[in-house]
Design a protein around this ligand. Structure first.
Ligand SMILES: *Cc1c(COP(=O)(O)O)cnc(C)c1O
Length: 381
């Protein structure tokens, strides 16, 4: 057998060295945003948590606001402050914080806060009283997930206490929020139950004297499939970046992940490939090496079945994906080192999609797009 040739990575052109790159197509985010703005009965909040679902916080926030979204949403106060730090003036809501979170700083930067319990409310009221301002609050009700939000039995107490704090001038109850567990299954009875719980919660708040102007329950799936859930505001995350958990609607995917072929080698039949030799070639073939691995977000458990587009052909991954590298089987036709391989993209050229990778990994596309590692260069278009 001939000794393998190692080809150095070569510059693609005068301006750039080839390296694994995540291309982010903001036109797709803009088109998706406009679609939700058209469809929503009320306003649209762009949920930009987890670095804008891995697409870049700043880029997604700016694009969504330009497309007609009027609110921004994030989980922690730190994330919400990062949103505010991009210079946006729109209302920003933070909905997931421990009781001891720095609500003083949040309020100083005009961050709206979700309040899921009496203890959270007490902390917000105390900070507001100390600083002499009115905190903007969204009371958060668990509408059937047993996850975040106040349990239904705590709700009457929470709204009464909130009303007293509002009368005392410490808070304004801007909103009431819930979340649906099974919106990806349109028509599931849990969705009706969730909507009823939400409306009952709003009614209870009204009886306590609160007048929240912004009632919000629906995220991407419910917005696409159940107009009754839209209320005053819908919170859209996945849909902005082209993911529809309900499978009902064609949205535009905004990501393309590429890597240059580092090395190509010819191997005989019966060659063990990669750690553990989990793959053994059944014929003589050509193997290409790509400088991208599970530390970059390629899921190691997709090694069997996964494909990468090289020179217009979908080539199988051979062996387990390593931390930094992956081998693909080119078959009889080698390519030049430096050829661009497409790991995933919108699918227009036959390349695998984020949905394909999610399927191979037994997960949802959300986990793929938020899992792309920091050392992958981002290129925003
Ligand atoms: C993530 C999240 C959303 C956005 O959901 P998508 O399905 O991604 O649109 C909305 N609300 C809450 C509370 C969330 O945690």
């Amino acid at each position: 057998m001939k000794a393998p040739t190692i080809h150095p990575r070569r510059p693609r052109n005068a301006t750039g060295v080839q390296e694994p790159t995540l291309e982010i197509d903001l036109a797709a985010v803009a088109a998706n945003t406009r679609r939700f703005v058209r469809q929503a009965h009320g306003e649209v909040m762009a949920v930009v948590k987890a670095d804008g679902f891995g697409h870049g916080l700043h880029a997604v926030a700016r694009t969504a606001l330009a497309g007609g979204a009027t609110w921004l949403g994030a989980t922690s106060i730190a994330e919400a402050l990062a949103v505010r730090g991009t210079g946006v003036e729109a209302p920003v809501l933070s909905w997931l914080n421990p009781v001891e979170a720095d609500v003083t700083t949040a309020c100083r930067h005009r961050i709206d806060l979700a309040v899921p319990s009496g203890r959270h409310l007490a902390a917000v009221v105390e900070a507001a009283a100390r600083a002499g301002y009115r905190a903007r609050v969204h009371l958060q009700l668990d509408t059937g997930m047993a996850r975040d939000g106040a349990a239904p039995e705590e709700w009457p107490d929470l709204v009464r206490t909130a009303r007293r704090a509002e009368s005392a001038g410490h808070i304004t109850v801007v909103g009431v929020m819930g979340h649906l567990a099974r919106a990806a299954e349109p028509g599931h009875p849990a969705n009706t139950t969730g909507l009823r719980a939400m409306l009952r919660g709003v009614e209870t708040a009204g009886q306590a004297g609160l007048r929240p102007s912004t009632r919000h329950l629906a995220a991407t799936a419910a917005t696409l499939t159940d107009p009754d859930t839209h209320l005053d505001l819908v919170r859209i995350g996945a849909g902005l970046v082209g993911i529809d958990p309900s499978g009902s609607t064609r949205l535009r995917s905004a990501l393309r992940l590429t890597a240059p072929v580092v090395q190509v080698r010819r191997v005989p039949a019966e060659t063990g490939v990669g750690y553990g030799h989990t793959h053994v070639t059944d014929r003589a073939t050509n193997l290409a090496l790509l400088p991208i691995g599970y530390a970059d977000g390629l899921r190691r458990d997709t090694s069997e079945g996964a494909r990468v587009l090289v020179a217009g052909r979908r080539c199988p991954v051979a062996g387990v994906i390593s931390m930094d590298q992956v081998v693909v089987d080119l078959g009889d036709d080698p390519v030049e080192p430096g050829t661009e391989a497409v790991v995933f993209g919108p699918g227009d050229d036959g390349e695998p999609t984020v949905d394909d990778w999610a399927h191979w990994a037994g997960t949802i596309p959300h986990e793929i797009v938020t899992g792309i590692g920091h050392r992958i260069r981002r290129s925003i278009r």
